[in-house]
Design a protein around this ligand. Structure first.
Ligand code: GRF
Length: 196
C-alpha cells in the first residue's frame, strides 16, 4: 500500500501533532508523517524529534512573508510532502501558498466554525451565551478559518467555565477529531465525518 506523505506544521506544544503522528505510526494508516515543521522554536519540535520524525524550523520573524513561505515550500517539497496538516500553526498562509497546495491543506480550529474565527475562541464562545463549544477540522482556503468543514467535535459549556477550563476540556476532543478526519481525507471520503 502506498501511503500519502503528510507534513504537520506547528507553532506551539504540538499536542495535535503528536495525536496525528501516533495515529500515522499504525500499520493500517493511509498516511505517513514525513515532516514536522515550525515557524518558531516550538516545544512540539522536540516531541517530534523524540518520536523519530524529521523536523525543520523555518523562522518567520523579521522576514517578508514571500521569503518565509518560499523556504517553507522548499522544505515541504524536499520532504516529499503531499498533504499538509496545520496543527496550532499560528501564521496565516498567503493566497499564493494556498493555491500551490490547493485542496491538500487541513487545519484544526478550536471553535464550531463558522462561529468564532481567529483568536480567543474559548472566550468568544463563553461570552456568546452558547450552551456548547467545540472544534472543527476544515480544508484550508485563502480566507482565514474558512473552507469546507470536514468534521466537528462538540463539548458542553458548563456553569463556572473559564476560557482556560474550556480549552483544557476541548483539547482531548481535538486529539480525537483530527486523526479521524485525516484518515477519512486520505482515503478520499468526501462526506464530512458525522458529529462526534
Ligand atoms: C489547539 O487548540 C488548536 O486548535 C489551536 O491551537 C492549539 C494548539 O495546540 N489552533 P497544540 O500545539 O496542538 O498542543
Amino acid at each position: 500500500m502506498s501511503r500519502t506523505r503528510v507534513a504537520i506544521l506547528i507553532s506551539g506544544s504540538g499536542s495535535n501533532m503528536v495525536a496525528l503522528a501516533q495515529d500515522m505510526a499504525r500499520a493500517d494508516h493511509p498516511g505517513e508523517a514525513v515532516l514536522v515543521a515550525a515557524n518558531t522554536d516550538a516545544t512540539g519540535l522536540q516531541k517530534a524529534a523524540q518520536m523519530g520524525l524529521r523536523t525543520a524550523m523555518i523562522p518567520h520573524q523579521g522576514r517578508a512573508k514571500p521569503a518565509f513561505e518560499a523556504d517553507l515550500d522548499a522544505s515541504l517539497r524536499d520532504a516529499g510532502a503531499e498533504v499538509i496538516c496545520l496543527a496550532g500553526f499560528m501564521r496565516v498562509l498567503s493566497a499564493d501558498f494556498v493555491a500551490r497546495w490547493e485542496g491538500r491543506i487541513l487545519n484544526i480550529h478550536p471553535s464550531l466554525l463558522p462561529l468564532f474565527k481567529g483568536l480567543d475562541t474559548h472566550r468568544k464562545a463563553l461570552e456568546s451565551g452558547m450552551a456548547v463549544h467545540g472544534c472543527t477540522v476544515h480544508g484550508v482556503t485563502a480566507a482565514l478559518d474558512d473552507g469546507p468543514i470536514l468534521g466537528q467535535a462538540v463539548i458542553p459549556i458548563e456553569p463556572g467555565d473559564t476560557p482556560e477550563a474550556l480549552a483544557a476540556r476541548l483539547l482531548p476532543r481535538e486529539h480525537q477529531l483530527y486523526p479521524m478526519v485525516l484518515r477519512r481525507f486520505l482515503t478520499g471520503e468526501k462526506a464530512p465525518l458525522p458529529l462526534i
